[in-house]
Design a protein around this ligand. Structure first.
Ligand SMILES: Cc1ncc(COP(=O)(O)O)c(C=O)c1O
Length: 355
Protein backbone atom coordinates (compact mmCIF):
# COMPACT_ATOMS: atom_id res chain seq x y z
CA UNK A 1 0.00 0.00 0.00
CA UNK A 2 3.06 2.24 -0.11
CA UNK A 3 4.88 3.12 -3.38
CA UNK A 4 8.11 1.16 -2.97
CA UNK A 5 9.05 -1.76 -5.22
CA UNK A 6 10.49 -3.96 -2.49
CA UNK A 7 10.61 -3.81 1.31
CA UNK A 8 11.59 -0.36 2.63
CA UNK A 9 15.30 -0.06 3.36
CA UNK A 10 15.23 3.32 5.13
CA UNK A 11 13.36 3.97 8.36
CA UNK A 12 12.20 0.42 8.96
CA UNK A 13 11.53 1.24 12.62
CA UNK A 14 9.33 4.25 11.81
CA UNK A 15 5.77 4.46 13.07
CA UNK A 16 3.44 2.41 15.23
CA UNK A 17 3.53 5.22 17.77
CA UNK A 18 1.15 5.00 20.77
CA UNK A 19 -2.54 5.81 20.49
CA UNK A 20 -3.36 7.11 23.97
CA UNK A 21 -6.86 7.22 25.46
CA UNK A 22 -6.89 10.75 26.84
CA UNK A 23 -9.58 10.63 29.54
CA UNK A 24 -8.38 13.59 31.56
CA UNK A 25 -8.12 15.87 28.53
CA UNK A 26 -11.48 14.57 27.24
CA UNK A 27 -13.14 15.69 30.45
CA UNK A 28 -11.39 19.07 30.34
CA UNK A 29 -12.47 19.68 26.72
CA UNK A 30 -15.97 18.32 27.25
CA UNK A 31 -16.03 15.31 24.95
CA UNK A 32 -17.06 11.70 25.66
CA UNK A 33 -13.97 10.00 24.19
CA UNK A 34 -10.65 11.40 23.07
CA UNK A 35 -7.51 9.75 21.70
CA UNK A 36 -4.02 11.13 21.08
CA UNK A 37 -2.01 9.69 18.20
CA UNK A 38 1.38 10.42 19.70
CA UNK A 39 3.95 11.02 16.96
CA UNK A 40 6.03 13.10 19.41
CA UNK A 41 7.84 9.80 20.00
CA UNK A 42 8.21 8.71 16.38
CA UNK A 43 11.54 7.16 15.43
CA UNK A 44 14.17 8.45 14.87
CA UNK A 45 13.48 12.22 14.92
CA UNK A 46 10.31 12.64 17.01
CA UNK A 47 7.81 13.81 14.39
CA UNK A 48 5.40 12.37 11.82
CA UNK A 49 7.89 13.37 9.11
CA UNK A 50 9.80 10.15 9.81
CA UNK A 51 6.92 8.39 8.03
CA UNK A 52 7.19 10.35 4.78
CA UNK A 53 10.98 10.25 4.76
CA UNK A 54 11.07 6.48 5.17
CA UNK A 55 9.06 6.01 1.98
CA UNK A 56 10.75 8.78 -0.02
CA UNK A 57 14.31 7.67 0.82
CA UNK A 58 13.57 3.96 0.35
CA UNK A 59 12.27 4.84 -3.11
CA UNK A 60 15.15 7.25 -3.81
CA UNK A 61 17.57 4.40 -3.15
CA UNK A 62 15.64 2.08 -5.45
CA UNK A 63 15.91 4.75 -8.15
CA UNK A 64 19.69 5.01 -7.61
CA UNK A 65 19.99 8.48 -6.02
CA UNK A 66 22.99 9.08 -3.77
CA UNK A 67 22.19 12.67 -2.73
CA UNK A 68 18.89 13.49 -1.06
CA UNK A 69 17.46 16.86 -0.09
CA UNK A 70 14.35 18.76 1.02
CA UNK A 71 12.74 22.15 1.53
CA UNK A 72 11.62 22.18 5.13
CA UNK A 73 10.01 24.08 7.99
CA UNK A 74 12.25 22.05 10.34
CA UNK A 75 10.96 18.57 11.12
CA UNK A 76 11.39 17.27 7.59
CA UNK A 77 14.98 18.53 7.56
CA UNK A 78 15.66 16.67 10.84
CA UNK A 79 14.28 13.45 9.46
CA UNK A 80 16.01 13.66 6.08
CA UNK A 81 19.31 14.44 7.85
CA UNK A 82 19.04 11.51 10.29
CA UNK A 83 17.70 8.91 7.87
CA UNK A 84 20.20 9.90 5.16
CA UNK A 85 23.02 9.53 7.71
CA UNK A 86 21.98 6.02 8.69
CA UNK A 87 21.44 5.04 5.05
CA UNK A 88 24.84 6.39 3.98
CA UNK A 89 23.35 9.02 1.67
CA UNK A 90 24.59 12.58 1.25
CA UNK A 91 22.01 15.19 2.28
CA UNK A 92 21.24 18.87 1.72
CA UNK A 93 18.43 20.39 3.73
CA UNK A 94 17.09 23.87 2.98
CA UNK A 95 15.27 25.81 5.70
CA UNK A 96 14.12 29.38 6.42
CA UNK A 97 16.93 31.04 8.40
CA UNK A 98 14.65 32.06 11.31
CA UNK A 99 13.85 28.51 12.53
CA UNK A 100 14.05 27.47 16.18
CA UNK A 101 17.54 26.46 17.45
CA UNK A 102 16.22 22.98 18.31
CA UNK A 103 15.22 22.35 14.72
CA UNK A 104 18.54 23.63 13.35
CA UNK A 105 20.76 21.65 15.75
CA UNK A 106 18.69 18.53 15.10
CA UNK A 107 19.73 18.69 11.45
CA UNK A 108 23.35 19.79 11.87
CA UNK A 109 24.23 17.02 14.32
CA UNK A 110 23.77 14.31 11.67
CA UNK A 111 26.35 15.96 9.40
CA UNK A 112 23.79 17.19 6.89
CA UNK A 113 24.52 20.23 4.75
CA UNK A 114 22.09 22.71 6.30
CA UNK A 115 21.41 25.67 4.03
CA UNK A 116 19.54 28.51 5.76
CA UNK A 117 17.72 30.75 3.31
CA UNK A 118 17.02 34.38 4.16
CA UNK A 119 13.35 34.15 3.33
CA UNK A 120 10.17 32.33 4.23
CA UNK A 121 9.31 28.72 3.35
CA UNK A 122 7.67 29.48 -0.01
CA UNK A 123 10.92 31.12 -1.17
CA UNK A 124 12.92 28.12 0.10
CA UNK A 125 10.59 25.82 -1.81
CA UNK A 126 10.87 27.80 -5.05
CA UNK A 127 14.66 27.74 -4.84
CA UNK A 128 14.59 23.98 -4.21
CA UNK A 129 12.49 23.42 -7.34
CA UNK A 130 15.23 25.19 -9.33
CA UNK A 131 18.04 23.25 -7.62
CA UNK A 132 16.23 19.91 -8.09
CA UNK A 133 15.97 20.57 -11.83
CA UNK A 134 19.61 21.57 -12.16
CA UNK A 135 21.38 19.09 -9.87
CA UNK A 136 19.22 15.99 -10.24
CA UNK A 137 19.09 15.24 -6.51
CA UNK A 138 16.19 13.46 -4.86
CA UNK A 139 14.28 16.27 -3.13
CA UNK A 140 11.85 14.31 -0.99
CA UNK A 141 9.08 16.90 -1.13
CA UNK A 142 9.76 18.33 -4.59
CA UNK A 143 10.61 15.81 -7.35
CA UNK A 144 9.96 12.83 -4.99
CA UNK A 145 6.76 14.36 -3.58
CA UNK A 146 4.31 11.64 -4.76
CA UNK A 147 6.30 9.02 -2.82
CA UNK A 148 6.83 11.28 0.19
CA UNK A 149 3.13 12.17 0.43
CA UNK A 150 1.97 8.55 0.45
CA UNK A 151 4.14 7.95 3.52
CA UNK A 152 1.64 9.96 5.61
CA UNK A 153 -0.97 7.25 5.07
CA UNK A 154 0.63 5.04 7.71
CA UNK A 155 -0.62 7.43 10.40
CA UNK A 156 -4.21 6.77 9.33
CA UNK A 157 -3.67 2.99 8.94
CA UNK A 158 -2.29 2.81 12.48
CA UNK A 159 -5.10 4.89 14.02
CA UNK A 160 -7.71 2.55 12.52
CA UNK A 161 -5.80 -0.58 13.53
CA UNK A 162 -5.18 0.69 17.08
CA UNK A 163 -8.89 1.47 17.47
CA UNK A 164 -9.60 -2.20 16.73
CA UNK A 165 -10.05 -1.74 12.95
CA UNK A 166 -12.43 1.19 13.07
CA UNK A 167 -12.31 4.65 11.55
CA UNK A 168 -12.69 7.40 14.17
CA UNK A 169 -15.76 9.62 13.90
CA UNK A 170 -13.51 12.70 14.05
CA UNK A 171 -9.80 13.19 13.36
CA UNK A 172 -8.15 16.59 13.90
CA UNK A 173 -5.05 17.19 11.76
CA UNK A 174 -2.59 20.11 11.72
CA UNK A 175 -1.98 21.57 8.27
CA UNK A 176 1.03 23.21 6.65
CA UNK A 177 0.97 22.10 3.00
CA UNK A 178 -2.25 20.18 3.76
CA UNK A 179 -0.74 16.88 2.58
CA UNK A 180 -1.09 14.90 5.85
CA UNK A 181 -4.80 15.67 6.07
CA UNK A 182 -5.47 14.46 2.53
CA UNK A 183 -3.48 11.26 3.10
CA UNK A 184 -5.22 10.37 6.35
CA UNK A 185 -8.48 10.56 4.40
CA UNK A 186 -6.96 8.41 1.64
CA UNK A 187 -5.78 5.80 4.18
CA UNK A 188 -9.30 5.52 5.64
CA UNK A 189 -10.73 5.12 2.12
CA UNK A 190 -8.23 2.41 1.24
CA UNK A 191 -8.94 0.42 4.42
CA UNK A 192 -12.66 0.67 3.69
CA UNK A 193 -12.23 -0.47 0.06
CA UNK A 194 -10.14 -3.42 1.19
CA UNK A 195 -12.82 -4.41 3.71
CA UNK A 196 -10.40 -4.10 6.64
CA UNK A 197 -12.79 -1.67 8.33
CA UNK A 198 -16.53 -1.41 7.89
CA UNK A 199 -17.82 1.60 6.01
CA UNK A 200 -18.66 4.49 8.33
CA UNK A 201 -19.11 8.24 8.16
CA UNK A 202 -16.10 10.20 9.39
CA UNK A 203 -14.79 13.74 9.38
CA UNK A 204 -11.18 14.87 8.98
CA UNK A 205 -10.95 18.37 10.47
CA UNK A 206 -8.11 20.79 9.69
CA UNK A 207 -6.14 22.94 12.14
CA UNK A 208 -3.94 25.96 11.40
CA UNK A 209 -2.30 28.84 13.23
CA UNK A 210 -4.11 32.15 12.78
CA UNK A 211 -0.78 33.70 11.77
CA UNK A 212 -0.63 31.35 8.78
CA UNK A 213 -4.15 30.23 7.99
CA UNK A 214 -4.76 30.31 4.23
CA UNK A 215 -6.64 26.98 4.24
CA UNK A 216 -8.67 27.73 7.35
CA UNK A 217 -9.69 31.18 6.09
CA UNK A 218 -10.83 29.70 2.75
CA UNK A 219 -12.72 26.83 4.44
CA UNK A 220 -14.55 29.15 6.81
CA UNK A 221 -15.54 31.38 3.88
CA UNK A 222 -16.83 28.35 1.95
CA UNK A 223 -14.25 28.79 -0.82
CA UNK A 224 -12.60 26.04 -2.91
CA UNK A 225 -9.34 28.03 -3.30
CA UNK A 226 -7.10 29.67 -0.73
CA UNK A 227 -5.32 33.03 -0.95
CA UNK A 228 -1.56 32.86 -0.26
CA UNK A 229 -0.35 34.64 2.90
CA UNK A 230 2.94 35.70 4.54
CA UNK A 231 3.30 33.62 7.74
CA UNK A 232 3.67 35.26 11.14
CA UNK A 233 3.22 32.74 13.98
CA UNK A 234 5.16 30.77 16.58
CA UNK A 235 3.99 27.60 14.79
CA UNK A 236 6.94 27.70 12.39
CA UNK A 237 6.55 24.05 11.39
CA UNK A 238 3.14 24.95 9.93
CA UNK A 239 4.29 28.21 8.31
CA UNK A 240 3.55 27.56 4.66
CA UNK A 241 1.80 30.56 3.10
CA UNK A 242 1.19 28.84 -0.26
CA UNK A 243 0.18 25.29 0.71
CA UNK A 244 0.85 22.83 -2.13
CA UNK A 245 -2.07 20.57 -1.15
CA UNK A 246 -4.35 23.31 0.14
CA UNK A 247 -6.85 22.84 -2.69
CA UNK A 248 -7.08 19.09 -2.01
CA UNK A 249 -7.31 19.58 1.77
CA UNK A 250 -10.26 21.91 1.24
CA UNK A 251 -11.88 19.28 -0.97
CA UNK A 252 -11.43 16.51 1.63
CA UNK A 253 -12.95 18.67 4.37
CA UNK A 254 -15.90 19.46 2.09
CA UNK A 255 -16.37 15.81 1.09
CA UNK A 256 -16.30 14.54 4.70
CA UNK A 257 -18.42 17.46 6.01
CA UNK A 258 -15.55 18.45 8.28
CA UNK A 259 -14.75 21.76 9.93
CA UNK A 260 -11.56 23.80 10.10
CA UNK A 261 -10.33 26.53 12.40
CA UNK A 262 -7.23 28.39 13.49
CA UNK A 263 -5.73 29.55 16.78
CA UNK A 264 -3.63 32.50 17.95
CA UNK A 265 -0.12 32.15 19.40
CA UNK A 266 -1.53 32.40 22.95
CA UNK A 267 -4.06 29.66 22.19
CA UNK A 268 -1.24 27.50 20.74
CA UNK A 269 0.72 27.83 24.00
CA UNK A 270 -2.44 27.05 25.95
CA UNK A 271 -2.93 23.91 23.80
CA UNK A 272 0.65 22.81 24.51
CA UNK A 273 0.09 23.29 28.25
CA UNK A 274 -3.26 21.48 28.23
CA UNK A 275 -1.75 18.39 26.61
CA UNK A 276 1.23 18.47 28.96
CA UNK A 277 -0.72 19.06 32.17
CA UNK A 278 -3.61 16.68 31.44
CA UNK A 279 -1.85 13.87 29.54
CA UNK A 280 1.87 14.24 30.24
CA UNK A 281 2.75 14.72 26.57
CA UNK A 282 5.00 17.60 25.51
CA UNK A 283 4.17 18.61 21.97
CA UNK A 284 5.69 21.23 19.72
CA UNK A 285 3.71 24.20 18.45
CA UNK A 286 1.92 22.15 15.74
CA UNK A 287 0.39 19.98 18.49
CA UNK A 288 -0.65 23.13 20.35
CA UNK A 289 -2.49 24.14 17.19
CA UNK A 290 -4.26 20.77 17.02
CA UNK A 291 -5.34 20.82 20.68
CA UNK A 292 -6.38 24.49 20.47
CA UNK A 293 -8.49 23.92 17.38
CA UNK A 294 -10.03 20.72 18.81
CA UNK A 295 -11.02 22.71 21.90
CA UNK A 296 -12.73 25.31 19.69
CA UNK A 297 -14.52 22.72 17.52
CA UNK A 298 -15.83 20.86 20.58
CA UNK A 299 -17.00 24.10 22.23
CA UNK A 300 -18.78 25.08 19.00
CA UNK A 301 -20.48 21.68 18.72
CA UNK A 302 -18.74 20.98 15.40
CA UNK A 303 -17.30 17.95 17.16
CA UNK A 304 -20.35 16.88 19.22
CA UNK A 305 -19.74 16.22 22.92
CA UNK A 306 -21.14 12.69 22.65
CA UNK A 307 -18.76 11.64 19.85
CA UNK A 308 -15.23 10.23 19.80
CA UNK A 309 -12.22 12.05 18.33
CA UNK A 310 -8.54 11.44 17.57
CA UNK A 311 -6.03 14.30 17.72
CA UNK A 312 -2.93 13.92 15.54
CA UNK A 313 -0.03 15.19 17.65
CA UNK A 314 2.74 15.34 15.11
CA UNK A 315 5.89 16.72 16.73
CA UNK A 316 7.89 16.95 19.97
CA UNK A 317 8.01 19.98 22.28
CA UNK A 318 11.71 19.60 23.05
CA UNK A 319 12.40 21.00 19.57
CA UNK A 320 10.42 24.23 20.05
CA UNK A 321 11.41 25.29 23.56
CA UNK A 322 11.77 28.88 22.27
CA UNK A 323 7.98 29.05 21.84
CA UNK A 324 7.17 28.34 25.48
CA UNK A 325 10.12 29.69 27.48
CA UNK A 326 8.72 32.37 29.81
CA UNK A 327 5.17 31.00 29.52
CA UNK A 328 5.38 27.86 31.63
CA UNK A 329 6.23 29.31 35.03
CA UNK A 330 9.65 29.64 36.67
CA UNK A 331 11.82 27.51 38.89
CA UNK A 332 12.11 28.51 42.56
CA UNK A 333 15.73 28.58 43.64
CA UNK A 334 16.82 27.86 47.21
CA UNK A 335 19.98 26.84 49.05
CA UNK A 336 20.31 23.10 49.88
CA UNK A 337 18.64 23.66 53.25
CA UNK A 338 15.49 22.12 54.76
CA UNK A 339 14.70 25.39 56.53
CA UNK A 340 14.79 27.31 53.24
CA UNK A 341 12.47 24.75 51.68
CA UNK A 342 10.03 24.99 54.57
CA UNK A 343 10.09 28.78 54.37
CA UNK A 344 9.41 28.55 50.64
CA UNK A 345 6.40 26.31 51.21
CA UNK A 346 5.08 28.51 54.01
CA UNK A 347 5.46 31.62 51.83
CA UNK A 348 3.61 29.91 49.03
CA UNK A 349 0.87 28.95 51.46
CA UNK A 350 1.18 25.28 50.63
CA UNK A 351 0.49 22.66 53.26
CA UNK A 352 3.20 20.15 54.15
CA UNK A 353 2.54 16.52 54.97
CA UNK A 354 4.18 15.33 58.16
CA UNK A 355 4.60 11.68 58.98
C1 LIG B 1 5.02 18.77 13.30
C2 LIG B 1 4.29 18.97 12.01
N1 LIG B 1 2.98 18.72 11.96
C3 LIG B 1 2.27 18.88 10.83
C4 LIG B 1 2.86 19.34 9.66
C5 LIG B 1 2.00 19.53 8.45
O1 LIG B 1 2.29 18.72 7.39
P1 LIG B 1 1.67 18.90 5.95
O2 LIG B 1 2.64 19.74 5.18
O3 LIG B 1 1.56 17.51 5.43
O4 LIG B 1 0.33 19.60 6.08
C6 LIG B 1 4.23 19.61 9.65
C7 LIG B 1 4.91 20.06 8.43
O5 LIG B 1 6.03 20.40 8.39
C8 LIG B 1 4.97 19.41 10.86
O6 LIG B 1 6.29 19.64 10.93
Amino acid sequence: MLPVASDPTVGVKVGFTPLIKADRLAKRLGIRELWIKNDTVNYPTLSFKDRVVSVALSRARELGFTTVACASTGNLANSVAANAASAGLKSYVFIPSDLEQGKIVNSLVYGANVIAIKGHYDEVNRLCAEIAGKFGWAFVNVNMRPYYAEGSKSMGYEIAEQLGWQIPQHTVVPMASGSLLTKIHKSFQELTKLGLVSESAYKVHGAQATGCSPISVAQKAGLDFFKPVKPNTIAKSLSIGTPADGFYALRVMKETGAACDDVTDDEIREGIKLLAEYEGIFTETAGGVTVGVAKKLIAAGKIPANDSAVLCITGNGLKTLDAVVGHVGNTREIKPSLREFETLLANENLSTVTT
